[in-house]
Design a protein around this ligand. Structure first.
Ligand code: 13P
Ligand code: SF4
Length: 350
């Protein structure tokens, strides 16, 4: 068992030895003990763009979750190896849209609506789902570009199928002026659209029944309590929160948007933030001139993001230094090819 000091020394040594042959992107939800070593930090969009632009690194050790490492693997050249320090770092939301269920949904929905639907997928999805979307003319979205991409998609076809996060889909479409009555949740269990079966012809937004188990913990009872007890506290949430929470909040946006909002906040202002715990804690510690709390007083960790820790990072880097890389992400070529279509359509639009 190595001490933290030894692990830190090992990581620093490998980074120094490998120089630009090694690249460490880190998502904003990563722990401090990991993010301190990131070459770049960012939200999902920025990390996708940086991976696409990085031609130099032979090894990309991705400090984030599995779908992000897959995205990096799809976008980088074949000589570059993408490594996820712990393969258990998944995303429960991405796991909510399974490939065969998606094919079945497409069959059900196109038999009802014909050729009037374009599929979109949040990047928080498996490579197979991105490939499905790419094959059917659709694109990926992230929380920072969802509005532009949904707008583009609705210019292509009358309807969208939005996978796998119903909340981001609903919040974005509503923001674009689409009323809730023109949205329906598709339930992959019943293979049906939920709710009122009247007015289905008017539906424009078909939302996959998926969600983020972290962001669903920021609830209306929390928001109401702040409004009653501290009306001067600004409420700032991620759009993976439910529609009512986003509507009741003052601001909603991606992790980068949240960071920027806090960076430019007036001295002494009060904030309640509804997003993953590591980011909220970091914002609290970095901004003693502000009064920041989590929307949910229990704070909400993403357990899978937290799988990447000092021992796993040190182990992955040590294996790279010994030229015996572990936990490499290898998206099969056909899946990567179609997935890339969906990602590139997104990147061309933003
Ligand atoms: P962004 O960093 O793109 O806002 O995404 C948040 C997220 O849930 C990543 O899993
Ligand atoms: Fe997935 Fe939610 Fe964790 Fe993001 S915060 S990685 S969407 S489970």
């Amino acid at each position: 068992q190595q001490s933290d000091e030894e692990l830190i020394e090992l990581i620093e040594r490998v980074k120094k030895e490998m120089e630009s042959r090694l690249y460490l992107p880190g998502h904003h939800y990563q722990k401090d003990e990991v993010i301190q070593f990131a070459d770049d930090t960012g939200d999902s969009l920025k990390l996708a763009q940086l991976s696409a632009d990085n031609g130099k690194a032979d090894y990309i050790v991705f400090c984030g979750v599995h779908f992000m490492a897959e995205t990096a693997d799809i976008l980088t050249s074949s000589h570059q190896l993408v490594i996820l320090p712990d393969m258990r770092a998944g995303c429960s939301m991405a796991d909510m849209a399974d490939y065969s269920q998606t094919e079945e949904a497409w069959r059900v929905l196109t038999s009802q609506y014909g050729d009037t639907i374009i599929p979109l997928t949040y990047v928080n999805s498996t490579a197979e789902i991105k490939a499905f979307v790419g094959r059917h003319g659709g694109a990926c979205v992230t929380s920072s570009n969802a509005k532009q991409i949904v707008k583009w998609a609705l210019e292509q076809k009358k309807r969208i199928l939005f996978l796998p996060d119903q909340h981001l889909g609903r919040n974005t479409a509503f923001d674009l002026g689409i009323p809730l009555k023109q949205m329906r949740v598709y339930n992959p269990g019943t293979k049906m659209l939920e709710g009122d079966q009247k007015g289905l012809d008017e539906v424009r937004v078909l939302l996959w029944k998926g969600h983020c188990s972290v962001h669903e913990n920021f609830r209306m009872d929390h928001v109401r309590k702040f409004r009653e007890e501290e009306p001067d506290r600004n409420i700032l949430v991620h759009p993976e929160c439910t529609w009512d929470v986003v509507q009741a909040s003052d601001y909603a946006g991606s992790t980068s948007y949240i960071i920027e909002k806090i960076r430019t906040a007036p001295n002494g202002s009060k904030w309640a933030i509804g997003t993953e715990m590591n980011l909220v804690k970091r914002l609290i510690n970095a901004n003693p001139h502000l009064d920041i709390v989590s929307v949910n007083p229990l704070m909400c960790p993403c357990l899978t993001m937290n799988r990447i820790d000092l021992p796993h990072l040190a182990w992955a880097l040590e294996c790279v230094a010994e030229n015996k890389p572990v936990n490499t992400i290898n998206v099969p070529a056909d899946v990567a090819g179609d997935g890339k279509l969906a990602l590139e359509r997104m990147l061309a639009l933003v």
